[in-house]
Write a protein that binds this ligand. Structure first.
Ligand SMILES: [Zn+2]
Length: 85
């Protein structure tokens, strides 16, 4: 995987965002994914489950519950944008 800092891609194996260094998926990537899979929540869910399985192999310290919340749970809720004050 190439490392292009402007793309909000996951840096493995720690699954931080290549661009903003937040836990991946970061807020920007979540917004992009929601936009990309607008009207196709089933396919989004499939993609997220596949990512969660990859991340689960890389991040054995996380429980299944933590993984599910981080990779899938957000897609079922409105995205909380960071509060830049
Ligand atoms: Zn990011």
């Amino acid at each position: 995987m190439t490392d292009i800092p402007t793309i909000h891609a996951p840096c493995r194996p720690d699954w931080s965002c290549a661009a903003c260094k937040q836990e991946w998926p970061c807020v920007v990537r979540k917004q992009q994914l929601k936009y990309l899979y607008q009207g196709n929540p089933v396919e989004l869910g499939n993609q997220l489950r596949a990512l969660m399985e990859q991340a689960g192999a890389d991040l054995p310290a996380l429980t299944e519950e933590q993984l599910a919340d981080r990779f899938i749970g957000w897609s079922e809720r409105p995205i909380a944008t960071p509060d830049h004050s």
